[in-house]
Write a protein that binds this ligand. Structure first.
Ligand code: B12
Length: 445
């Protein structure tokens, strides 16, 4: 069957990200002998109508990455779903009757609501590989499509497909952002109350074969010149230590590639950073999420701020830039907790801090239930539109003013997020490529 896959993401902040999910789904379809065309709305040059008339797809899969940018301070929060609805309309006009299936992280969070809003035929929640091939089979057999498929997270690590990178897309992203991406595992066993990762990828860690990941790295290195590789795992340094197995194998195989990933502060020792550095680690993104012990606990984090401080020291000792992502205004936040948190941040060794104000409420998370209990949202609110939790114990204005005052004159505190995005844009304009915040750390030295 001829399958057109479309990645509709047009978000370019903090930088344009290669549509990895679409390429993984493409790979699964190709393995079943289907003809797949991957198109991406940031880079494709032909209008959608032309693509439709030339390729004549028999099924169309739309990969939706973001719902919005989770930034409470951006008025429209870069809401992404109207654009998808428009795409569905164009498809219906030009290729009526061709089934339209939605998938991707956004769809997995709220499949029914997004399918209804965008007026697609079917939405797949969870991993796409098995479901998409089963749906193609149904279409071939003339069977009706279910409105929502909950595919869950059932693939074993070894059977997770390597992405089928599209050369045109790779070329575009290597130029536009300099960042290419790979996943080494799926799953997140943590219980952070606001986070969708465990529901998107399951709570059990499923690692790809290290050999398969290394093969992918080699493939990327021989295909394209890029600035940085991002391992997209929910948490790269899993507590079971699979990450160390991979990194050790990279050392054994002489794989050196500039790379970065999301790390958790727990157990991040200096010798780990040194080992990673030997394989090309360039920067560490820490999902710290709160800055005082009381709010860390309320967010469901399993470490104290002292652990985050220690992880920063490990990075600084190895001269690896590190950045803390922090959410201010979560459950339990008060003026006192924020004061304490800002004090904690000020005591960190040189590193970047990127705070967000307010917590995006997403279905399937403990925060969603808490927000219903606290009457922040009603039970029937699908949270399709940007919906945030902000602690009732301080106002947004108070928090905003405290952040600005504490960060004044410190170039390593990127707040508000829109100002951070502006800095990244400026750096890109100057020709810098990569994740960019690490460039700010280097420039500040
Ligand atoms: C890594 C990551 C990042 C990295 C990306 C680095 C890089 N170079 O790739 C960075 C830090 C840059 C980042 C930034 C942002 N991110 Co982010 N990110 C992730 C993360 C952890 C993994 C995404 C990924 O690549 N997964 C691996 C691929 C293979 O999986 P996948 O895309 O889900 O695809 C599978 C399925 O979804 C499905 N599928 C995919 N497409 C299709 C299509 C069809 C037809 C079908 C049937 C199935 C299907 O099958 C695939 C294989 O099983 C997710 C959370 C998560 N655990 O998923 C958040 C996530 C995608 N990010 C999110 C957000 C909001 C953002 C930002 C807007 C945050 C910000 N303000 O900066 C930006 C936007 C960046 C951009 N330009 O778009 C949200 C999106 C949902 C939402 N709330 O709107 C997520 C879900 C996290 C969350 N908060 O809930 N992110």
């Amino acid at each position: 069957m001829r399958v057109l896959l479309l990645a509709t993401n047009k978000e370019v902040e903090p930088y344009p990200t290669y549509p990895l999910g679409m390429s993984v789904v493409a790979s699964a379809l190709q393995q079943h002998g289907h003809e797949v065309l991957q198109a991406d709305f940031l880079c494709h040059t032909k209008p959608l109508q032309t693509l439709l008339h030339q390729f004549l797809p028999q099924m169309i899969g739309i990969s939706i990455r973001n719902i919005d940018n989770v930034d409470m301070l951006t008025p429209d929060s870069h809401w992404a779903l109207d654009a998808v609805k428009q795409v569905v309309k164009i498809i219906r006009t030009h290729t009526p009757g061709v089934p339209i299936i939605l998938g991707g992280p956004a769809v997995s969070i709220m499949p029914q609501a997004i399918c209804d809003y965008c007026q697609a035929d079917c939405a797949v929640a969870g991993e796409g590989e098995l479901s998409v091939t089963a749906l193609v089979q149904r279409i071939e057999q003339g069977l009706p499509l279910p409105r929502v498929v909950i595919s869950g997270t059932t693939l074993s690590g070894a059977s997770i497909s390597a992405p089928s990178f599209d050369p045109t897309l790779l070329e575009y992203y290597a130029q536009a952002s300099g960042v290419v991406n790979l996943h080494t595992k799926r799953g997140c066993p943590n219980n952070c109350i606001y986070c969708t990762y465990p529901s998107l990828e399951g709570k059990t860690i499923r690692t790809r074969e290290p050999e398969a990941v290394i093969e992918d790295i080699r493939r990327l290195q021989s295909t394209i010149s890029f600035t940085e590789l991002f391992f997209t795992d929910s948490v790269f340094n899993d507590t079971e230590g699979h990450w160390l197995t991979l990194v050790e194998m990279m050392v054994q195989r002489n794989i050196v590639v500039p790379w970065t990933a999301f790390f958790q502060p727990t157990g991040l020792e200096r010798d780990h950073i040194a080992l990673c550095k030997a394989t090309g680690l360039k920067a560490v993104e820490l999902g710290t999420d709160a800055c005082a012990n009381i709010t860390l606990k309320a967010m469901g984090k399993n470490f104290s701020f002292a652990t985050a401080h220690k992880a920063t020291e490990s990075c600084v000792a190895e001269n690896i830039p590190c950045c803390h992502f922090v959410i201010v205004g979560g459950p339990g936040e008060t003026k006192e907790s924020l004061r304490e948190g800002l004090d904690n941040l000020n005591k960190l060794p040189p590193c970047l801090v990127m705070p967000f104000l307010g917590v995006r409420i997403l279905p399937g998370t403990p925060l969603h239930s808490l927000a219903i209990r606290h009457q922040v949202i009603t039970q029937d609110n699908p949270c399709l539109l940007p919906t945030y939790y902000f602690s009732p114990q301080l106002t947004q204005e108070e928090a905003h003013t405290m952040l600005l005052a504490s960060f004044r004159g410190n170039r390593l505190r990127l707040y508000p997020p829109a100002a951070a995005a502006q800095k990244m844009r400026a750096l890109r304009g100057l020709g810098y490529r990569g994740i960019l915040w690490d460039t700010l750390v280097h420039l500040a030295r």
